[in-house]
Design a binder for this molecule. Structure first.
Ligand code: FES
Length: 159
């Protein structure tokens, strides 16, 4: 039996051009975590339902567990690691820190990515728009009030 060679795919992740060897249908999340050591995106449900794996694809939030890696060729992928640094966090990260908007932290990646995507398309969201943007991101600890406070605060920072 002839073995099909694994193709090389060229990705743009956090501003860097990277070649990976992967079957085209491999979930983007596996490539980010296993091949590129970008562990901001988390594996939660693997079904596109919890939001823990969210990343930005061309500035829109996407569930990396459900996106085949081939679908992001030619697009810009940004992960939590590409937003800010410990020394200079992104304004949304800074707002989450300032408002203690976490407990276990597992949902935090998705909450922050969803907030960055929201503020990119709508810099001044209403309370309803904030809640709608985050409603499919599951937090099991119950940090919702602090998370909402952080998003409201981030929306007040000039973009
Ligand atoms: Fe992707 Fe839950 S791990 S949505």
């Amino acid at each position: 039996m002839t073995q099909v060679p694994t193709p090389s795919l060229t990705l743009t992740v956090n501003g860097q051009t990277i070649a990976v060897q992967a079957a085209p249908e491999t979930p983007l999340l596996y490539i980010l975590r296993n091949d590129l050591a970008l562990n901001g995106p988390k594996y939660g449900c693997g079904l596109g339902e919890c939001g823990a794996c969210a990343v930005l694809v061309d500035n829109k939030a996407a569930r990396a567990c459900r996106v085949p890696v081939a679908a992001v060729v030619g697009k810009s992928v940004r992960t939590l690691e590409g937003l800010g640094t410990l020394a200079t966090p992104h304004p949304v990260q800074a707002a989450f820190i300032a408002h203690n908007a976490t407990q276990c932290g597992y949902c935090l990646n998705g909450m922050i990515i969803a907030t960055v995507a929201l503020l990119h398309r709508n810099p001044h969201p209403t309370e309803t728009e904030i809640r709608t943007a985050l409603r499919h991101h599951l937090c099991r600890c119950g940090a919702h009030l602090e998370i909402l406070a952080a998003v409201r605060a981030a929306a007040l920072v000039p973009a």
